[in-house]
Design a protein around this ligand. Structure first.
Ligand code: SF4
Length: 231
């Protein structure tokens, strides 16, 4: 199946996903919402969320973000001034909290070079390389920050994307770079499209294409090598 026709099928089934969930001014809980623009604070919250979501579910990250909001810690300068143990306690729900406290601090230390301005940081020529040089930031986290915070047209690949594409194509799972190149080559480059497509993969992995897939009822089974067995 072609990349864009897969996108259209997923979109017509699930509709707009309104990623990435961020907190509105005066509130503490991140929400999925159709937004035209993110504030600098919301952009920072996306960066923190992308770091916190490593190896855990969004539900656990959401609790951590709420605690950070209540403590007014969606603030890079304040994160640097906060003791590691205090920060780790605030983000405990996200798991690997000691490690993630270090990662958040490392990210904020890096931002200090840009006067704590994400807009200045995002103006870097080779932003992806910069991000990857920060301790605790791998490809998926870097690309999530690039796409959902910096709004750059970079396709985010995750375990769900690898699984779904592998089952649909009937081929073994591709590497991060192979899949990212595939989407960059086969789609019109655009942050909005990449934003939506990644979110739709996540939704499909939750609704049908879980570890034990529900192929019998899946709307993609006719086009999916794995799912054809259930026709
Ligand atoms: S048919 Fe099955 S394997 Fe294929 S996309 Fe649907 S749930 Fe996943």
């Amino acid at each position: 199946m072609q990349a864009f026709s897969l996108y259209k099928k997923l979109f017509s089934e699930y509709g707009k996903q309104n990623w990435w969930p961020v907190t509105e001014k005066g509130k503490t809980k991140p929400e999925y919402k159709n937004r035209k623009k993110l504030s600098e604070k919301q952009k920072l919250e996306v960066c923190f969320g992308a770091i916190l979501t490593q190896n855990t579910s969004w539900k656990n990250v959401e609790k951590a973000i709420i605690r950070l909001n209540k403590k007014n810690l969606i603030d890079a300068e304040k994160i640097l001034k906060t003791r590691k143990q205090t920060l780790a306690k605030a983000i405990k729900s996200a798991g690997y909290f000691n490690q993630k406290a270090v990662y958040l601090k490392e990210f904020c230390r890096h931002l200090k070079k840009y006067d704590f301005s994400l807009n200045k940081f995002f103006a870097e020529k080779d932003l992806r390389t910069e991000l990857l040089s920060v301790k605790g930031i791998g490809k998926e986290t870097a690309d999530s920050i690039l796409l959902y915070s910096a709004e750059k047209p970079v396709f985010v690949v995750d375990a769900y994307t690898k699984r779904i594409i592998s089952r649909i194509s009937g081929e073994k799972e591709k590497s991060y770079d192979e899949l990212q190149n595939f989407f960059h080559k086969n789609l019109k480059k655009g942050a909005e499209l990449f934003n939506e497509f990644h979110a739709l993969f996540v939704e499909h992995a939750k609704q049908f294409c879980m570890k034990k897939p529900l192929c019998k009822n899946c709307f993609l089974k006719k086009e999916c090598v794995f799912g054809k067995a259930f026709l």
